[in-house]
Design a protein around this ligand. Structure first.
Ligand code: ITT
Length: 185
């Protein structure tokens, strides 16, 4: 089966392909920019995005909204992760964290799939914000996030290694489980 992934982020597409294609699901990127509302939760952003896209994009499609939630910053950048990345960037986050004793943070991913109804799948990974940038793989905040149980950042992992433990990998796993139960492909 083939499904569209509506996103402008090539890093997300690479991860979704690496996870879903070996399972027989072809993923095709559609670069259509949709409005991301200012909301308190990733779920609300996803729901609004799908409502806007559903008459503009062929079925079947999914979108994904994700964010990095840092304890010492009361959950910032959270739903503002994309904007924060583009403005203050990794250096800005490391600066805000300079004197923080608590470096705990988590990534959350919400996938919204549309087949006439909206279905959501979520994944979370906990870890810490590293003292400095490390690694060149992945994208976004990967060079400053070290998942629990590891002493390397996401940017020091291969796509498969990251997918096995990441927020997006977990959401993709739930998504795949649902597809298998609900569709014949
Ligand atoms: P879309 O077109 O899919 O919206 P985006 O990059 O704008 O792509 P989001 O709106 O979901 O994505 O914003 C999430 C932000 O968090 C963005 O800056 C990403 O770089 C970052 N992010 C999300 N998942 C990440 C991951 O697995 N590793 C590192 N950074 C991540």
């Amino acid at each position: 089966m083939k499904i569209f992934f509506v996103t402008s982020n090539r890093g997300k597409v690479k991860e979704a392909k690496a996870f879903l294609e070996p399972l027989g699901i072809k993923v095709k990127q559609l670069k259509i920019t949709y409005p991301e509302i200012q909301a308190d939760s990733l779920e609300e952003v996803v729901k609004f995005g799908i409502e806007w896209l559903k008459d503009r994009v062929p079925k079947y499609f999914f979108i994904e909204d994700s964010g990095l939630f840092i304890e010492a910053l009361n959950g910032f950048p959270g739903v503002y992760s994309a904007y924060t990345y583009k403005t203050i960037g990794l250096e800005g986050i490391l600066k805000l964290m300079e004197n923080a004793k608590n470096r705990r943070a988590y990534f959350k991913s919400v996938i919204g799939y549309y087949d006439g109804d909206i279905h959501m799948f979520t994944g979370v990974v906990h870890g810490v914000i590293s003292e400095e940038k490390k690694g060149t793989h992945g994208f976004g905040y990967d060079p400053i996030f070290t998942p629990d149980g590891y002493n390397k950042t996401f940017a020091e992992m291969t796509t498969d290694e990251k997918n096995a433990i990441s927020h997006r990998g977990k959401a993709l796993k739930e998504f795949h489980r649902w597809l298998k139960e609900n569709l014949k492909y």
